[in-house]
Ligand binder design. Structure first.
Ligand code: GLA
Length: 334
């Protein structure tokens, strides 16, 4: 769609202005190919990959800020807010981070120094431009009675790696809002572990201001009641909530069908109903929810095109592949 035709459509973020921000994950390509759509409908952006450890700090003495800078410049020029994603994660982190001398693993002290230097360099660079950071991403184990996911951060530093990361981020930018971010966040077992983690951080006086609920959901689940229960529990901790990576896959996670070249009309109708119910719920909790960020902006590009089935197209957003509003958009704008 042209810029002119976008202007004929009511703006998503303006519609929700009195509730919460409406954000989109972007990359260096989509800030070009989706620029008009983003300008019109979203008032916040997040870098999909460009601020992750492996992208921004590939070697001990080398930072590569080009792509992240381009995204922050794009946002600043368009007057959008920026959420930072992400400082400490078990994925997309280079091996050197965890390596010590003579083929041994890094020591606890060595890894803490690296963590601190990384966080300080990245967070200070964008002070005043990035208002919130996902400090630690996905540290909780999904199932079983294990609480913290096995990772090199945990192995080498120990359980306090999470608290340390928050302290370092707070030192680097005392004004930034600091989030713990995770997926499967409405699953009762994982939900309770996330809440227990955040509550124990609070007890220790760790500067944590919010919980990021990723929101990688689909047409079947989680149910509105499950989402509500998670929101209630997290909000009861007195932190703010953000939905950080929302998308509604048209396929259930275990559904591996590959026959579709476009979504069926039943899928689009169900997706519209789900989005309507979900946003109704979010509006109810507007006192706790401060932003809703989609993990993309429109159906022409989504990470779900390759996950979990390589090469299979998905259609998870409010705007179609041509950036035109879908049924779901009209439903939540009512
Ligand atoms: C997780 C991460 C995101 C992204 C998605 C898949 O949710 O937090 O950064 O990698 O997986 O795109």
């Amino acid at each position: 769609m042209t810029k002119e035709s976008q202007i004929g459509i009511a703006s998503l973020y303006q519609k929700f202005e009195h509730y919460f921000d409406m954000g989109a994950a972007v990359n260096t390509r989509t800030i070009v190919t989706q620029a008009d759509l983003i300008e019109r409908h979203y008032n916040s952006v997040t870098a999909e990959n460009e601020m992750k450890f492996a992208e921004i700090h590939p070697d001990l003495d080398r930072y590569t800020f080009g792509a992240a800078d381009a995204i922050v410049d794009f946002a600043t020029n368009q007057g959008k807010r920026v959420r930072g994603h992400t400082l400490v994660w078990h994925n997309q982190t280079p091996d050197w981070v965890f390596e010590g001398a003579n083929g041994l693993p890094a020591t606890r002290d060595q890894l803490l120094i690296r963590m601190q230097q990384h966080i300080e360099t990245v967070v200070k660079r964008y002070r005043g431009q990035i208002y919130a950071w996902d400090v630690v991403n996905e540290a909780i184990e999904d199932t079983t009675d294990i609480t913290l996911r096995k990772s090199k951060w945990l192995d080498i530093i120990g359980e306090d790696y999470i608290a340390k990361a928050f302290h370092f981020a707070h030192q680097a930018d005392p004004n930034a809002l600091l989030f713990y971010n995770d997926y499967n966040e409405t699953n009762p077992v994982k939900r309770d572990k996330i809440a227990a983690l955040v509550s124990s951080l609070q007890d220790q006086g760790v500067p944590i201001h919010g919980i990021g609920m990723q929101g990688h959901w689909n047409l079947q689940g989680p149910s509105i009641e499950e989402i509500r229960t998670a929101i209630e529990l997290y909000a009861s901790l007195g932190v703010q909530l953000q939905i950080t990576e929302l998308d509604l896959s048209v396929f259930e996670f275990t559904d591996r069908r590959t026959d579709l070249t476009e979504p069926t009309s039943e899928m689009l109708e169900l997706q519209a109903q789900r989005y309507e119910q979900i946003f109704e719920l979010f509006r109810e909790y507007r006192n706790s929810i401060t932003a809703v960020t989609f993990w993309g902006a429109a159906d022409d590009y989504t990470w779900l095109d390759d996950f979990p089935v390589k090469g299979r197209k998905n259609w998870p957003f409010l705007f179609d592949g041509h950036h035109a509003p879908k049924k779901a958009f009209h439903r939540i704008m009512k």
